[in-house]
Design a protein around this ligand. Structure first.
Ligand code: SPV
Ligand code: MN
Length: 664
């Protein structure tokens, strides 16, 4: 039953005794499972004067009813309405420490938070969409709404007893902008609210502009049962459910931020559904500025699956960052504009080291606010992580407890110092390279969109698509990557991850592809699409590139969109000329770039490219609503590759490329 948008009118109706999910809701009584309570009485009692005033100042009956319903059901000892003020921010931080959800580390401002042993990543298996009766969502993990809500509410019953419910407000997108979506999360975790404060723009004052409307994202999170470390301790009862119709997320028996800071990936699913109805795009993309000649700055977007270099791309030294994870894209006045949904980073810490990531390294080792999660802590109370390029400490502790370098697991393998998916949370403004336009309510105009995955054998390091539609179909829609530790489960399996967004696409993927194709209608100069691949190996399996080489691929794309460099045409797009890369490697990295390396990196690997196209066609054939145009574009590419193969064999170096070989 959708009760949003109701106003208080007249006398309260007598409760009917039936669960709210199945009956009309009287305006000022609330309850789940038959228990009915007066909203105002409940709020006055639980909130106390100052919190009650704070809530009332928002003048939003939808919010009040919803809140009262979960206060009655989750039964917290008290409720804290968290506003935008510095005092509230500090209170949250203090409480996170007092309740030991975070512990101070040696460096001022640094804290560590641990998640449960089986709560170290997003959990796909228990993350489901609540489905209204008669609705089907093919290929997505779903549960009937009635059954799902009953289960969820069963797990949430009295779950906040002895704890405080915190109500926090966030703004997805820059404040006072056309991108902004208001969100409210109720949770009993101070760590979750602390993370929200790091990652999102303040939303309490902005919430007033809703003027009573129920058009906001809602999140209910309960930590659930905890162990002696304060971590959720019932992974078998972990559930994360989303209701696209009500724009609501429910999460229980988990603390991992990807499952609980619901304005991240859980709200991305809500946003994708909303965007599809409204004609814009919600993407798993970085936003950054790349410098060109003469002080020019070109904005880039980049979609990469988790763990595939998205954050380190956004942080390339010398360039500027607006965001590392989520972007909203809208067409405004015939131009594509984009904004970061967030104002902070929840980044993978593995392999962050002073050489490859000097900016993040500095931030993580100097004084200032950082939440580390699931890293190890050494005897000096300093955080340590995989790939930090420091000698291992003699002992440390991690999410499993005490650790020494000699420790082995059940199979006799060395136990790593910490979990692969250990992370850090920081605010973007602390970075020396934050872009001046981060808070621009109009967003920025991207000229380049990058798509990349963890691909060891198929695509070249950088390649420009022929045009928007070609890029959408052959670069975005068929991104492939091997699975990583960001998700609980098996790592190392090759999967197709359309637009690096597959896990979050909450509408039929075919429709989503169609939305992308249509998106730039009426846009005179849409962004140009490039594929990038940081993981390509030689055909003998050796690494071919360094982590820092990505800067050169981006610099080339920057020059290319301004027409400052030429390119070689291949059947799959346009690749750099050797001379240009040689110069860019020297100028940007002081490195010599050999012709042999170039030939190896930019060889057109026809069997692998054809196999990838086949996998793409096979996958999309099984998905509803995929536009005909998509299949046509893939077929055209396949034919070009076949023709080149017939002329030149399976592997063709750039010097051997002549478009007459594949053009009819
Ligand atoms: C990712 O895994 O892509 C992340 C972290 O950005 S999470 O919030 O878990 O999605
Ligand atoms: Mn991400």
């Amino acid at each position: 039953m959708n009760h949003r948008g109701r106003e208080k009118t007249g006398e309260p109706k007598k409760p009917a005794g039936k669960p709210l999910e199945s009956q009309g809701q009287p305006p000022d009584v609330v309850g789940i499972g038959g228990k009915m309570v007066s909203v105002d009485k409940m709020l006055r009692e639980k909130l106390g004067d100052s919190n009650y005033e704070k809530l009332k100042a928002l003048k939003n009956a939808v919010l009040e009813n919803w809140l009262a319903k979960y206060i009655a059901h989750c039964n917290p000892d008290s409720v804290f309405i968290c506003g935008d003020s510095k005092e509230d921010r500090e209170h949250v931080r203090r409480m996170a420490l007092e309740k030991k959800e975070e512990t101070p580390l040696a460096t001022k401002g640094h804290t560590i938070h641990y998640d449960g042993v089986q709560d170290q990543g997003r959990d796909k298996e228990v993350t489901k969409y609540l489905l209204a009766e008669g609705v089907e969502m093919k290929g997505l993990n779903t549960i009937g709404k009635k059954e799902g809500l009953e289960e969820m509410h069963g797990l949430m019953k009295d779950a906040m007893k002895g704890r405080t419910m915190i109500v926090s407000f966030a703004n997805l997108g820059p404040t006072n902008s056309r991108f902004a979506i208001p969100g409210v999360e109720i949770t009993d975790s101070w760590y979750v609210v602390d993370s929200v404060k790091y990652l999102y723009r303040e939303g309490y004052e902005q919430f007033k502009s809703l003027k009573g409307s129920g058009d906001f994202f809602k999140v209910v999170h309960c930590t659930g049962e905890v162990n002696e470390r304060g971590c959720s301790s019932s992974p078998d009862k972990k559930r994360i459910y989303m209701d696209l119709n009500d724009n609501t997320v429910y999460s229980v028996n988990t603390q991992y931020a990807g499952n609980t800071v619901a304005f991240k990936k859980l709200s991305l699913r809500l946003a994708i559904s909303k965007a599809s109805k409204e004609g814009w795009l919600a993407e798993h993309m970085l936003v950054m500025g790349v410098k060109g000649p003469g002080g020019r700055k070109t904005y880039f977007l980049g979609a990469f699956p988790s763990f595939c270099g998205k954050t380190s791309t956004a942080m390339i030294p010398g360039e500027s960052i607006l965001g590392d994870d989520l972007a909203y894209l809208k067409v405004v006045g015939g131009r594509v504009m984009a904004a970061n949904v967030e104002k902070g980073i929840f980044g993978v810490i593995k392999d962050v080291n002073p050489n490859d990531d000097p900016l993040i390294w500095k931030l993580l080792t100097e004084e200032g606010d950082v939440i580390f999660s699931n890293v190890a802590v050494d005897a000096q109370n300093l955080p340590r992580w995989l790939g930090d390029k420091r000698p291992l400490p003699a002992k440390a502790s991690n999410h499993l407890g005490a650790w020494t370098p000699e420790d082995t697991d059940a199979e006799g393998k060395k136990r790593p110092i910490c979990h692969q998916n250990a992370r850090y949370t920081v605010e973007l403004h602390r970075l020396g390279n934050v872009d001046s336009e981060l808070e621009n309510p109009n967003g920025v105009e991207p000229k380049v969109i990058l798509y990349g995955g963890r691909d060891e054998d198929t695509t070249v390091p950088v390649e420009q698509a022929f045009d928007w539609a070609h890029g959408v179909a052959t670069k975005g829609a068929i991104v492939e990557s091997v699975t990583t530790a960001a998700i609980v489960g098996q790592a190392g399996v090759r999967v197709m991850d359309p637009f690096a967004n597959k896990d979050f696409i909450s509408i039929p993927i075919g429709r989503y592809v169609g939305n992308h194709l249509k998106f730039v209608k009426g846009v005179a100069k849409p962004p140009q699409i490039f594929s990038v691949n940081y993981f390509l190996k030689s055909r003998g399996g050796e690494d071919l590139t360094d982590k820092t080489d990505k800067k050169v691929w981006l610099k080339w794309a920057e020059l290319r969109v301004h027409g400052d460099v030429g390119a070689l045409e291949t059947p799959t797009g346009c690749i750099p000329k050797y001379e240009d890369l040689k110069r860019l490697f020297k100028e940007n990295l002081g490195k010599d770039f050999s012709k042999e390396k170039y030939d190896e990196l930019f060889t057109v690997r026809i069997p692998e490219l054809l196999a990838k196209l086949d996998r793409g066609v096979k996958m999309f054939k099984e998905l509803p609503e995929t536009p005909k145009e998509f299949f046509e574009l893939l077929e055209e590419q396949r034919q070009k590759l076949e023709r080149l193969k017939a002329k030149k064999g399976d592997y063709v170096i750039p010097d051997e490329l002549h478009s007459a070989d594949w053009k009819q």
